[in-house]
Design a protein around this ligand. Sequence first.
Ligand code: NDP
Ligand code: MG
Length: 393
Amino acid sequence: MKTLFIAGVSGSIGKQTLDVLNSQWFKENFRLIGGSVYSNWNDLENLIDTYHLQAVGIVDDLYDLPESYKECRIFKGLDAVENAIKYCEADISLIATSGFSGVKHTLSSIDVSDRICLANKESIVCGGNFVLNYAKKLGKIIIPIDSEHSAIFQLLLGEVTRPEKIILTASGGSVRDLPLEKLESVTPSVVLKHPVWEMGQRITVDSATMVNKGLEVFEAYYLFGIENIEVLINRDSHVHSIVQFCDGVFKMHFGIPNMKVPIAFSLSYPERRYDFNKPSLADMKIEFEKVDYNRYPSLKLAFDILGNPILQNAFNAADEVAVENFLRGEIKFTDIYEVIYKTVNEVEKMFSPSISLEFRSLDEIIKVDKHSRKVAKKVISEINKNNKMDQYK
Ligand code: NDP
Ligand code: MG
């Protein structure tokens, strides 16, 4: 029986992990001993009741909670998640926190767990090799959960030859068929209706802009050490990704799009233990489309800065800030790219004299994130000022 901690247990990936744990083999082989949230105490309380957890972490303590509840230690405040992870010392930590905060959670889990099942892509995007090298140094294994990276991880098992190219697939997101001139006025509620996946809010918006695919290009580059990466649209998301070898052979990963499959694989690896729907190939079509960079300029920008962790970090921070503002109705959908582009350019000027292609500490990673957020907020206030002036014209 392996012990498990889930960071971000109340989110989309967190909840799907709980579903996986409810299936027979996983129930018999894993024991959930801890979890964390940003502010969702209701979910934590239910989990403490159901699983008799040892410790939980809650960052935003709205309820003035006690130090413990039913013998479960409650950590609160800014370092709550890291403290809960360290207290539990679970065999496996699954990091499904959304956003930049996940970086600290991944680093803490590397300190105490043997295996890290990693959904939080920002841990790699914002730190470059820093997080991966730390895991390597401590002899810990990181298994990606992001469906494309789980697919590539699986495609490379048993291969002694490195592929020449990685092809990441993309759905195209919720507004993939909207005429380009209508993108400016699309509302958050339309953007949040993803055609294939049910996910957290930020990643759903990021799918529509393909910022998410940009983050995944960064993630693939560091995880697999391959720079030759292409993105193709596969509308129904049945092809999860592809590798191509020197002899021209493609290997592709095909299956029903459901995050429980890569979540389960990350837990049961090297075995496959999740019993799931078996699609019939005769009923399926496999089709790909090229990406139109006029529709998805953020993906083009991502390719331009690939391999520069400072600018990748700025790209992510600017997007987190822009998406929050878009969801509050304060900027337009198309402004998201403008915020990212201007922030990345500004950060490049600021850090270019000292630019190094590796971060050496968590503090350096946090410094770039903080600075980038400040720049992004400034860019947004300029956009708002210009929008107001346009109204009076
Ligand atoms: P959600 O927004 O659904 O859930 C986020 C979780 O993290 C919640 O439990 C939330 O707690 C917690 N959280 C948010 N901010 C903080 C913080 N500052 N400190 C501590 N906990 C925090 O996200 P998703 O599950 O969609 O995504 C999680 C990660 O997985 C992301 O990095 C995403 O890119 C990646 N991913 C997700 C996929 C999906 O299908 N959803 C697919 C592939 C990758 P609370 O409920 O209290 O707010
Ligand atoms: Mg993905």
